[in-house]
Design a protein around this ligand. Structure first.
Ligand SMILES: *Cc1c(COP(=O)(O)O)cnc(C)c1O
Length: 508
């Protein structure tokens, strides 16, 4: 009887998720996570944002990262039991998978703090979300009684593929297949994928570039006859990219965690507002910071840092999003992106107007451009500030930070660090600044060593790792060091029009 009453209460406070484009369908978080994208092409957003108070934030201080995650996730995943969330979090972040006791530690300097999100198994911040998403998805399949096996299809330009493989390996009822462009990823990234272990994984090279791999995957998702063929085999397709709510919600946790660590270290007083600067591509990471602020975390400004693909800088300064521009290949490849999908969620929360959001997304698709107008721009600018840096400025910053602090930021982190400096100079704002650090410098060792002026002529990947370790206080991450002696298990390669057949060959 008591259980029945509790169920009633849970139902009453249960958070629902619906599309940014307003098709009227509202789902529990488990269903939204399985489905990934809303049926109208929109993204799932929570109908209301949970609110926290000072005592909630104070209560995080003496907790482990896993315990902090349980508390924050519980506010959003109201259809998961506390025990289920605990299990998911422990499988994601426990088991010695991260090489830092606090999982996402903050390194504090006098003038700036660095939130390090790269201590997971693949040395990039994607691990923070892609370790947890598979656990949330697998629990959701059980909860909803889904009978089919799920096949996750990923097209990757490097980081996402490996992080998704590590997260989904050996997760029951789920298989994962990653397509990468032959010759289109760095040698380290390729080795990371080719040596992937697990009984449910496949990695296939595509003879083409990233766009070919990406459009091949999109075509498979949209191929009705093929999806029916898979359904007969008991297989349902799903996606692990950053439009899935299950990839966004884990990222909210580390904003709270960083704040708790700064209070605990005495760097800030409880309740004091701080700024974050985030190296941005798809707008997922910085959007999680926006959610944290809306929930009541004392955040003053969120600074959006871009590279030469500065479409977001222009948008946050003018209100005009225009993807009609040249694409630049930079030393921060994970931010080489012209369509930042998660911006759609920000526009929804800022307007609460699904019709307007749907209109802008339609304009983006047809004209490659939309204008949100002066009023909304002013509202967005109350929270966001934006700037970008060139590769030269990024390299200069790496050299300077190393000289001053004996700390080696990766290239993506360096973009944020430089933009954080620009922000402070331009505005005089003195709120404590946290730079969000998204990759280990070892993952982009070639560019980092060049920025440090090291002589790298003729060195192979593993000699580059050793060389960087001579300069850096942080050791080479285990996952990267171990690559040298690992067997290459995935040598499959297919033509652009052979991806469907490769999927069939994999599922058998
Ligand atoms: C994915 C990625 C980013 C960009 O994050 P978004 O959530 O897409 O904005 C930045 N840096 C690194 C190293 C990444 O892998």
């Amino acid at each position: 009887m008591a259980g029945y009453v509790m169920e009633e209460k849970k139902e009453a406070i249960g958070l629902k998720y619906s599309s940014t484009r307003g098709n009227g369908i509202s789902l529990d978080s488990a269903e939204a996570i399985i489905q990934g994208l809303a049926a109208d092409g929109g993204l799932f957003v929570p109908d209301t944002l949970p609110q926290v108070d000072a005592s909630f934030i104070a209560s995080l201080q003496d907790l482990s990262y896993e315990e902090r995650a349980e508390k924050v996730l519980g506010l959003f995943l109201t259809d998961y039991t506390a025990d289920a969330i605990k299990g998911c979090v422990e499988r994601a972040y426990g088991n010695d998978k991260f090489d830092a006791a606090m999982r996402a530690p903050v390194t504090i300097f006098e003038d700036i703090s660095v939130l390090e999100l790269w201590h997971g198994p693949t040395s990039a911040f994607k691990d923070m979300a892609l370790q947890l998403l598979p656990q949330l998805m697998s629990t959701a399949l059980k909860k909803t009684g889904e009978a089919a096996d799920v096949l996750i299809l990923v097209a990757t330009s490097g980081d996402t593929g490996k992080a998704a493989l590590e997260g989904f390996r050996d997760v029951p009822q789920i298989r994962i297949m990653v397509f990468y462009p032959e010759g289109g990823v760095s040698r380290i990234q390729q080795l990371q994928m080719l040596t992937q272990e697990g009984s449910n994984v496949n990695v296939t090279a595509v003879r083409g570039n990233f766009d070919d791999a990406q459009s091949g995957v999109k075509k498979i998702f949209g191929d009705k006859a093929f999806n029916e063929e898979l359904a007969v085999k008991g297989v349902k397709l799903s996606s692990a990219n950053s439009i899935n709510w299950g990839r966004l919600v884990p990222q909210i946790v580390y904003y709270f965690s960083a704040y708790a660590d700064l209070v605990k270290a005495g760097r800030i007083k409880a309740g004091e507002a701080i700024n974050f600067t985030v190296p941005t591509g798809n707008f997922g990471d910085i959007l999680a910071g926006f959610y944290a602020k809306c929930m009541g975390l004392p955040v003053h400004k969120l600074v959006c840092a871009s590279n030469a693909n500065n479409v977001l800088t222009d948008f946050l300064r003018t209100g005009i999003y225009d993807r009609n521009r040249d694409f630049h290949k930079t030393i921060t490849p994970s931010m080489d992106i012209l369509i930042s999908s998660n911006l759609e969620r920000l526009l929804y929360h800022m307007t609460n107007d699904t019709a307007r959001v749907a209109g802008w997304m339609k304009e983006l698709q047809t004209a490659g451009r939309y204008d949100v107008g002066a009023e909304l721009l002013a509202k967005i600018q109350q929270t966001f500030w934006a700037d970008w840096t060139s590769d030269e400025a990024t390299e200069e910053l790496i050299g300077r930070v190393y000289q001053q602090k004996h700390y080696v930021p990766d290239t993506h982190t360096a973009v944020a660090w430089k933009v954080a400096e620009n922000y402070q100079q331009a505005t005089g704002d003195e709120h404590p600044m946290v730079v969000v650090s998204t990759a280990s410098p070892y993952k982009f060792n070639g560019s980092v060593l060049a920025a440090l002026g090291a002589d790298t002529k003729g060195l192979d990947e593993f000699q580059l790792l050793d060389k960087l370790q001579e300069l850096n206080d942080n050791p080479t991450p285990r996952g990267l060091a171990a690559l040298k002696n690992k067997q290459q298990r995935h040598t499959g390669i297919c033509e652009r029009d052979g991806m469907k057949q490769a999927v069939l060959d994999f599922i058998g």
